[in-house]
Design a protein around this ligand. Structure first.
Ligand code: F1P
Length: 351
């Protein structure tokens, strides 16, 4: 099949764009280190909107894990509109926006400036944007800029920058070396899973999708939900894996595909959820490092990451699989992936 759309090209270009993004980061890492030392802080508040809010959820956990610093994620609108959301301690604001022009994100930055003199770091694909100009330090992924409304390579590339920031803050050079192995791993992963994902994407017997992910994979499950909604106009939701039993399970039937982003941490408990889900008639697609941990009672379809990396490095690998699933589903439903309904690339508020 010949794919002409911007969205397809942007999804497929991720290995090369990741390499360019990490090279760009290597060029400014020393300056970032000096900046972080010069502006001490005790907490990181990570913010964005839509995709970049979900990205913030994952980046906040990377900061806790790799840098050992308290971190939390909030949508920019909460920081802007709710005074209780303002950081109490000396905080760094990490603000993430593909465009760097989303109104809520800019207003969250202004609100932060009013209440604290803590440093502001921006992650964006547009280094000349208003957000980048207002931040004290910018990590940019210009090669990940997009024509498409939906975020694909921009999301994963900005995730890499968030992880690289966490590794730098934690003085963890080993982590950066792990991140540099991801582009080649993604190439192999796309080759191995392409047919399965095209087949599942074209399966319009599936009517709803539930994405499960815990820890750093929770933000990614949320982004997978958003991609499915935006690109395929399908009902989709996302939960921490064991939360699924506490209500959402009642929605499951044989037209449900449950997509599990399985982590090594809590593996047995996550697989038990999948067993329960399958017993109720749902189909499952399991994204897992090593498929030998699975039985047919848990998994109908498997995308094996085979990264050879410790689980905290693997996060960027999950999304390209789901982006492709959504792309093929959009085509199967007669939708144009480049023109999602009701959406614009940037939300600019009038007042
Ligand atoms: C954030 C965002 C996107 C979403 C939508 C509108 O933009 O919410 O995640 O797909 O099309 O904008 P940004 O602040 O990251 O540029």
């Amino acid at each position: 099949m010949k794919h002409e759309s911007h969205t397809w090209h942007e999804i497929a270009s991720q290995p090369g764009v990741w390499r360019a993004t990490l090279e760009g980061f290597a060029g400014i890492q020393e300056a970032l280190r000096e900046f972080l030392v010069s502006r001490p802080f005790e907490e990181v508040v990570v913010t964005g909107c839509g995709s970049t809010h979900y990205l913030s959820q994952t980046v906040a956990l990377n900061l806790i894990h790799w840098a050992g610093i308290p971190a939390r994620a909030l949508p920019a609108s909460e920081l802007w509109l709710n005074a209780h959301a303002n950081p109490a301690a000396r905080a760094l604001l990490l603000t993430i926006s593909r465009s760097g022009t989303t109104t809520e994100t800019l207003r969250a930055l202004s609100r932060f400036r009013e209440s604290t003199d803590g440093p502001v770091v921006a992650i964006t694909c547009h280094p000349q944007s208003a957000l980048a100009q207002q931040a004290d330090f910018t990590l940019a992924a210009p090669d990940a800029q997009e024509h498409s409304v939906v975020q694909t390579r921009s999301f994963t590339s900005m995730l890499l920058l968030g992880q690289a920031l966490a590794a730098t803050l934690g003085r963890n050079q080993h982590a950066l070396e792990g991140l540099r192995r991801l582009p080649v791993i993604l190439e192999g992963l796309m080759d191995r899973t392409g047919d399965l994902i095209q087949h599942l994407g074209a399966d319009t017997d599936i009517e709803r999708l539930s994405f499960l992910g815990g820890g750093p994979l929770y933000g990614l499950a949320n982004e997978a939900m958003l991609k499915t909604q935006e690109m395929t106009l399908t009902h989709a939701d996302a939960y921490y894996p064991l939360e699924f039993r506490h209500g959402p399970m009642s929605m499951v039937d044989e037209r449900t595909l449950v997509v599990a982003f399985v982590s090594d941490t809590g593996l047995a408990e996550q697989l038990e959820v999948l067993e329960d889900v399958k017993a109720l008639g749902a189909r499952t697609l399991v994204l897992v490092e090593d498929s030998s941990v699975l039985t047919s009672r848990q998994a109908d379809h498997v995308a094996e990451l085979q990264s050879g990396l410790e689980e905290w490095y693997r996060a960027p690998l999950y999304l390209p699989i789901i982006q492709r699933l959504a792309y093929h589903r959009a085509l199967a439903k007669g939708l144009d992936p480049d023109s999602p309904r009701h959406l614009t690339a940037v939300v600019v508020l009038k007042s």
